[in-house]
Design a protein around this ligand. Structure first.
Ligand SMILES: [Zn+2]
Length: 212
């Protein structure tokens, strides 16, 4: 199977515990579950409903604060922001408001208000979204088209371990709704397709991009 991001050839391997086939691209580092392991939206929703986070939980707020502490020094603060794939929570959008943005949010399951699609945004954030997507390049293109010319994109998804052994020992792959796994190189290659460059990545789970 070819890599959906860079069209290089992938190699496949099987996770022996939950019998799941993965395809891994040796060029851009994208690793994804075979399509038969992808789920439709209602199935995904039943899974997401199990772990909705309480916005009053200080731990949940601290979790988003760590994200903002990394990204805000790397982007112009102020203007219009979008939390793309917010889930059921408005917490990150309200924290962006507290940080000086006018913040909108969108989620295809929990907050399907498509008004964002006719807006331009100075900052689009998307946390723990890209690992759920079966066509991440198309979605990245979709959000990039909603950036202002000087806009920034800030994403959070756990970067895949370097080795196959470490990958098969990695908790993050076990969530059945996690179907695609990225490295900073994967984001760099997607950025090349879309005229974006990486302006910051933390080597763990955060990447900030802007137009070239
Ligand atoms: Zn690739």
């Amino acid at each position: 199977m070819k890599c959906p991001i860079c069209t290089s050839q992938t190699s496949s391997f099987v996770d022996p515990k939950p019998q799941i086939t993965y395809h891994a691209c040796c060029s851009c580092g994208y690793t994804f579950k075979a399509p038969e392991h992808h789920h439709d939206l209602p199935t995904q929703k039943s899974r997401y409903d199990l772990h909705q986070n309480d916005p009053d939980d200080p731990g949940y707020r601290a979790y988003f604060q760590r994200f903002l502490d990394y990204i805000l020094p790397r982007v112009p603060v102020g203007g219009r922001a979008l939390d793309f794939g917010c889930g059921a929570s408005g917490l990150l959008a309200s924290m962006l408001t507290e940080s000086g943005y006018t913040a909108d949010r969108y989620d295809p399951i929990y907050y399907p208000d498509s008004a964002y699609a006719s807006q331009g945004y100075d900052l689009i954030v998307s946390t723990e979204v890209f690992e759920h997507l079966d066509d991440p390049l198309t979605i990245l293109r979709h959000v990039t088209e909603r950036l202002t010319p000087t806009g920034h994109l800030a994403l959070q998804t756990q970067f895949a371990p370097d080795t196959r052994e470490a990958f098969l020992d990695w908790y993050y792959r076990l969530d059945p709704t996690h179907i695609g796994f990225f490295t900073p190189r994967t984001f760099a290659v997607m950025g090349e397709h879309l005229g974006l460059q990486i302006v910051g990545e933390d080597g763990a789970n955060k990447v900030v991009m802007a137009r070239d």
